[in-house]
Design a protein around this ligand. Structure first.
Ligand SMILES: [Zn+2]
Length: 238
């Protein structure tokens, strides 16, 4: 193969790698941002659950105060029993005690439900905490990996740029201009092999005369259909 061709192929593989790196550099920060976003969401939900727990505990404390007051009243009512003068008065105090006992029973029922709620909520908060800790670790690890990777890619691009500059000085300038112009318009490879008389870019046939010229080598040629720079390559899997 012509020396110029070898160089232009190296320039192409160099450029392809640069394109790959740029795509990776664009993609990677989005992945990190997604992890950070998940972490922020988890943190918000944690704050909410924690504030729910505090509300429950406050409510429960209020309930405890109510119970204390009622129990104090009950004590007083029981003390009154010793001082009653008439049966009517006695019955009234008994009724009062009965009502207070009923009230205590009801309040205790509610307090038990509150306690259950608090336990559930405490478990929820602990679970959230664990999940958050796990996500935070994952995020930190990924971020470290990401920064390391970006550093590597920057280094690689720098070396590729240096390499390309060197190659572009060595190659035939007309061929390089053709390559550069084609690359600006094509999204895929610019320099492609022709295998069994078929262009590797557009997959259309090459006229027999041109194909014979290609096999013999010589000056760089263009595909008559897609205009890509073509070279002959033997079919390795005939
Ligand atoms: Zn073609």
């Amino acid at each position: 193969m012509d020396e110029n061709f070898k160089i232009i192929l190296r320039i192409q593989s160099n450029d392809t790698r640069v394109d790959e790196i740029i795509r990776e550099q664009e993609r990677a920060p989005k992945e990190i941002q997604r992890l950070k976003h998940d972490l922020d969401l988890l943190e918000k939900s944690m704050e909410q659950e924690l504030s729910n727990l505090e509300d429950l505990k406050k409510g429960n404390m209020g309930l405890d105060r109510d119970l204390e007051e009622i129990e104090l009243k009950l004590k007083k009512s029981k003390a009154k029993l010793n001082d009653v003068k008439s049966n009517k008065e006695y019955q009234a105090v008994l009724k009062e005690i009965e009502e207070l006992n009923e009230l205590i029973f009801q309040k205790e029922e509610v307090a038990m439900k509150w306690m259950e709620e608090i336990e559930i909520q405490e478990k929820e908060c602990a679970d959230n905490n664990r999940r958050w800790e796990q996500s935070r670790k994952e995020y930190e690890t990924e971020k470290k990996k990401f920064l390391q990777r970006m550093k590597e890619l920057d280094k690689e691009i720098q070396s590729l740029n240096e390499q390309r500059l060197k190659l572009s000085r060595e190659v035939d300038q007309d061929l390089l201009s053709r390559y550069t112009a084609l690359k600006a318009n094509l999204r895929s490879q610019v320099v492609v092999p022709v295998i069994d008389a078929v262009c590797g870019g557009c997959h259309l046939g090459i006229p027999p005369q041109q194909y014979n010229d290609l096999i013999r080598g010589g000056s760089p040629q263009s595909c008559p259909n897609c205009n890509r720079i073509i070279y002959f390559e033997e079919n390795k899997n005939p």
